[in-house]
Design a protein around this ligand. Structure first.
Ligand code: ADP
Length: 685
């Protein structure tokens, strides 16, 4: 059986002046509980009629009704069944109505006794789609209806419900009649008073209903406040994370991102100090560069802090998680730390509560976020605070990695640009250096082939020119290959203890093998001085000396002078200098002369010959043994001086008479000095 008339509508028909109110579900729960609790606390025997929209709602309250049934035999509970709720006359009368019945839309509770009567008769309001979308359905369910202590209204409500019950459960007719007689008849109060009290315990509180209602409302309010607090915390967290994300997106400067992070975290969490520093697992100390100070606490900016000894730092590394101390004076971990290092430190910076949140990326420690309360303020770090700082630490990790990747990318770009320059230079060199001699060779060979009557002298000139240009091409290719090998590290190194005089002598013999003394400037070399042994690869060392000597000869007139000097410098390296009084170098070019293909005239107008790769090769060789090369010149026509350093051999004995050792004696060719080495050296020229 299913009845489609609403109980509320029926009741309002009898009382047209009643104005239905709107109730949230939570308010109806509070009212119902308060009404039920009052019944439980009262000594009077009441009539109770309660309807539940669905069996699931009834189940939540079933235990209360069992307790109520211990106090009164007049309990009727109605509900639409879902599992096993059915018509029954067990502990109390249960009445199952059809799921299509209008009662599934309603919520009723009627209490009648000799002292008071009250009723709650409500109907659920259908929600608009917008209302459903605005909040979770369960919390936003609303009802309209009457809640009143008016006895007349309550009696009518009870009557309507008892009539309904008699339709659903006709077999209850006698009991229902008895109920009506006791509770609804013309003078029910007397009959009600005649009922024996069900419980011996008197109502201890004169107004338990109000008390209980207040408790329920308070509890509801408290829950609401908690929910608001958590929403506010969540909102704050999201705002901060958003801010960080924007900062990271807008800036690739990690320092700026870290500044924003300390500032925001410090402010939002109202701490006395917030710092972020970079560190690794094995860091002993860290430099504090990013700090927020919220009060008069001493600043740590620019300071170097010990971290390896800090038990909180160690705990973070061991547990790979946040570590904190709410009271640094009482914390056992800090108390057991080596007193000498930690205690004065904590005192100096006034740290009373300490939070350390690691910045990990791919499980690799990137840094640490620290928050401090200072002075007498001691506070527990809440779960919300920790989770906020951890969320920011994750963003900081991303920022640091992003910045690192950007820096790597920039380095890679620079490398690519440099490769591109090399490639362009190569094209220029191939275009000029290779094609020019090649066409000369071609012209010479064609002339020789097509002019059989050419004079013998001219034939010689042609042959000589062709051969010279072929040699120029060979040298360029050779230098380029050497430089490529040196740069890519594909060179075999055979370090040995060497006598520098012997190396100078070998390089001189190379020079003199190509040109006679008359075609060269005067060369002064310290061939008889006593220098400590150096540690280097002999062939490469001779090549450096030969190249520098060659340049000095190339850029100095025959009447000029070249000097080779050596001394042990402060770094215990042998410093060799090759100076000339020739063409000189503009101060602005002193560094660029070491660039690949640098030539003062530019690649296309070369007069002095050469490839522009010699000094770049020298720098690569010298770098390999940990030395340096540099040029000094006062400018055009003021001569040049090229210095380079070579490490001393282990246990090498330095000359007693001071650092400098220079022989004013003019050099001489000693081709027999070391034939084997000379042959090996030639191979590389
Ligand atoms: P190159 O094959 O052109 O000599 P290098 O790399 O040896 O190539 O030298 C590069 C350039 O440095 C030279 O072309 C020249 O302009 C300048 N340079 C090198 N040595 C000297 C020097 N002793 N005096 C003046 N200029 C020099």
């Amino acid at each position: 059986m299913s009845i489609s008339t609403s109980v509320l509508t029926e009741l309002l028909r009898f009382f047209p002046d009643l104005r239905p109110q709107l109730y949230f579900k939570s308010s109806l729960i509070a009212l119902s509980h308060a009404m039920e609790d009052q019944v439980l606390a009262d000594t009077n025997v009441p009539l109770i009629v309660a309807t539940f929209q669905r069996e699931r709602y009834y189940r939540q309250e079933a235990h209360r009704y069992r307790r109520i049934a211990e106090k009164t035999a007049w309990v009727y509970v109605l509900s639409a069944p879902e599992t096993d709720f059915r018509n029954d006359s067990g502990v109390y009368e249960s009445v199952a109505f059809d799921v299509a019945d209008a009662l599934t839309q309603e919520w009723h509770l009627v209490v009648l006794n000799s002292q008071y009567a009250n009723c709650l008769i409500c109907r659920e309001r259908a929600l608009s789609p917008a209302e459903i979308a605005a909040s979770p359905v369960e919390n936003s369910r609303r009802f309209e209806g009457i809640w009143t202590f008016d006895r007349t209204v309550s009696l009518k409500a009870a009557e309507i419900l008892l009539d309904r019950i008699s339709l659903y459960r006709p077999e209850l007719a006698p009991k229902l009649q008895q109920t009506r007689d006791i509770f609804l008849s013309a003078s029910p109060s007397q009959k009600m008073r005649d009922l024996p009290p069900a419980s011996s315990s008197p109502a201890t509180n004169p107004d338990p209903f109000v008390q209980r209602l207040v408790t329920y409302l308070q509890a509801g309010q408290y829950k609401l406040m908690k929910a608001y607090r958590s929403i506010a915390a969540q909102e704050q967290k999201e705002r901060l994370i958003h801010l960080m994300t924007v900062a990271i997106r807008e800036s690739l400067d990690p320092e700026e991102v870290l500044d924003i992070a300390v500032e925001q975290l410090g402010r939002v969490l109202s701490v006395c100090r917030c710092i972020i520093y970079r560190c690794q697992e094995d860091s002993q100390t860290v430099k504090i560069l990013h700090e927020y100070l919220g009060s008069q606490a001493p600043s740590a900016r620019g300071e170097t802090w010990p971290v390896a000894q800090n038990p909180l730092f160690r705990e973070v590394l061991e547990r790979r998680a946040t570590a904190c101390a709410s009271d640094t004076l009482e914390d056992p971990r800090l108390a057991n730390a080596p007193k000498a290092s930690l205690e004065p430190f904590i005192r100096q910076y006034g740290i009373s509560s300490w939070l350390c949140v690691p910045v990990f990326y791919n499980n690799r420690l990137q840094g640490m976020v620290e928050l401090h309360h200072c002075g007498t303020t001691r506070e527990e770090w809440t779960k919300e605070e920790i989770s906020l700082v951890e969320a920011i630490a994750t963003q900081v990790g991303v920022a640091l990695i992003q910045a690192e990747a950007y820096a790597n990318l920039e380095a890679l770009n620079e490398q690519l640009e440099s490769f591109d320059r090399t490639r362009s230079n190569l094209v220029a060199i191939v275009g000029h250096e290779l094609r020019t001699p090649l066409s000369t060779i071609q012209v010479c060979l064609e002339s020789l082939a097509s002019e059989p009557d050419m004079s013998a002298d001219l034939q010689q000139v042609m042959l000589h020119t062709g051969l010279a240009d072929a040699e120029r091409m060979r040298k360029l290719i050779q230098d380029f290959l050497t430089l490529s090998q040196l740069e890519s590290g594909r060179v075999e190194w055979n370090p040995e203890n060497l006598n520098i005089q012997e190396c100078i002598s070998l390089s001189l013999s190379n020079t003199f093998a190509r040109k006679s003394k008359q075609e060269l400037p005067e060369i002064i070399a310290p061939l008889t001085s006593n220098f400590p042994l150096v540690r280097a690869d002999g062939e490469w060392l001779v090549q450096v000396l030969a190249k520098l000597l060659d340049n000095a000869c190339k850029f100095t007139d025959v009447g000029g002078r070249i000097a080779i000097e050596a001394r042990v410098n402060r770094d215990r390296m042998l410093e060799i200098a090759i100076s000339d009084n020739g063409r000189g170098i503009e101060p602005s070019s002193l560094e660029t002369v070491f660039d690949r293909f640098y030539q003062e005239e530019g690649a296309l107008q070369r007069t002095a010959g050469g490839t522009g790769l010699g000094l770049a090769i020298c720098r690569q060789i010298i770098k390999r043994w940990g030395g340096e090369i540099w040029a000094v010149s006062e400018g055009k026509d003021k001569g040049s001086k090229f210095y380079f350093t070579v490490p001393l051999a282990e246990g090498a004995i330095e000359p007693q008479n001071g650092a400098t050792a220079r022989a004013p004696e003019a050099s001489s060719v000693k081709p027999s000095a070391n034939r084997t080495r000379q042959r090996r050296t030639k191979k590389r020229q």
